[in-house]
Design a protein around this ligand. Structure first.
Ligand code: ATP
Ligand code: MG
Ligand code: FE
Length: 343
């Protein structure tokens, strides 16, 4: 089964052809980063306009690279949400038009489920059940993937997401959007023990929830106070100390989740998965525990159509299709029950 998948939830226009959920025939990504950089972040209205311009050429390129015609496509998939409403609407409209014109079924995908399923593209032998750590621009979650269509939530952020925190701190340091990779690079040159920033949710030993807003404020206050007092700041030390605080928290909770659920496979998902500190620490800790660590290539960790095509295949297997009245849902919830943890 060949699925043509559309992903336009934020600032990447992407279309992919995915065969039987696992084989990427093409994965064309047109990023708008250069356009939004001068504004210090994604400007929703500008993103929507660029999606409109790019969506058809990107879809045609995806077909061409996959060596497909429209007739070879068995179903159309699209990100329904969460994301920017105007951006999502472009993908949804394009996908509905294709489904209607070709008389092919439509599949509406939750973007976050797509991020998790990127792991299935990278690792052909990976099958549920497994634990997933999702660290993206807008989300931070620990999810149990029980089977292809059953997700259970162990914990999520109560305020800011990990990627968002990286980006906001990077902006105060004067780096362009997206700042996460800049902090990552700078952290490698700094001393992670130099500054002690507050540990998130320190008093709640049992929780697998996250919270980064306090840490974010502490780092930004540190930078502003130094600026006011005209003190020299070692930015590399700030980056390294901040990054270590996030990495220790996220990895610590992922390890706790593995121990408390008994799973032996951890699948990393979302753009922050590209972070070198995170990858390194996760690798070490998983190795110690005999846990298999799955980490997709960076191109599959950030937004892309292939992950949507992969997720859609397993929805099609379960007979979950969308009507042509489908609408974008910018706040589409991650529908998962809470996983019952032993204390
Ligand atoms: P969501 O999927 O939650 O809606 P998103 O799609 O915008 O959010 P992604 O594309 O998964 O997020 O990831 C982008 C985020 O990843 C940005 O916040 C970016 O700064 C961050 N990021 C990318 N590379 C790194 C890195 N090396 N270190 C830290 N953060 C990084
Ligand atoms: Mg993006
Ligand atoms: Fe995303």
């Amino acid at each position: 089964m060949k699925i043509l998948a559309f992903e336009t939830s934020c600032d990447e226009t992407s279309c992919a052809v995915v065969e039987d959920g696992r084989r990427i025939c093409s994965n064309v990504i047109s990023t708008q980063i250069a356009i939004h950089k001068k504004f210090g972040g994604v400007v929703p209205e500008i993103a929507s306009r660029h999606h409109i311009e790019d969506v058809l050429p990107v879809a045609l390129e995806a077909l061409r690279e996959a060596d497909c015609t429209w007739d070879d496509i068995d179903a159309i998939a699209v990100t329904e949400g969460p994301g920017l409403v105007g951006a999502l609407l472009v993908g949804v409209a394009a996908a509905k038009a294709c489904a209607w014109a070709l008389n092919k079924p439509l599949i509406a995908v939750n973007h976050m489920e797509g991020h998790i399923f990127a792991n299935l593209l990278q690792y052909p032998d990976l099958e549920p059940p497994f634990l997933s750590l999702v660290v993206s621009g807008g989300h931070t979650m620990l999810v149990v993937v029980e089977d292809y269509n059953t997700f259970k939530l162990l914990g999520q952020t109560r305020d800011d997401a990990a990627g968002e925190t990286f980006d906001k701190i990077a902006r105060v340091m004067g780096f362009p959007y997206p700042g996460g990779p800049h902090i990552d690079r700078l952290a490698a040159e700094g001393n992670a023990e130099a500054i002690h920033f507050p540990i998130p949710l320190r008093r709640e030993h049992d929780t697998l929830d996250f919270s980064f807003s306090g840490l974010k404020s502490a780092v930004i206050n540190y930078l502003h106070t130094a600026e006011m007092k005209k003190q020299e700041v070692n930015k590399a030390d700030v980056a390294a100390s901040f990054q270590k605080t996030v990495v220790d928290d996220v990895v610590g909770k992922a390890m706790q989740a593995l121990e408390r659920t008994g799973f032996k496979t951890l699948a990393l998902a979302g753009g922050v998965a590209a972070n070198h500190g995170l990858r390194h620490t996760l690798e070490e800790e998983c190795h110690k525990r005999g846990v298999r660590l799955c980490r997709p290539d960076p191109v599959l960790c950030t937004d892309n159509g292939a992950m949507i095509g992969c997720r859609a295949y397993y929805m099609a297997q379960a007979g979950v299709y969308a009507p042509l009245t489908l609408n974008a849902d910018p706040r589409l919830p991650f529908l998962a029950e809470q996983f019952e943890l032993k204390k």
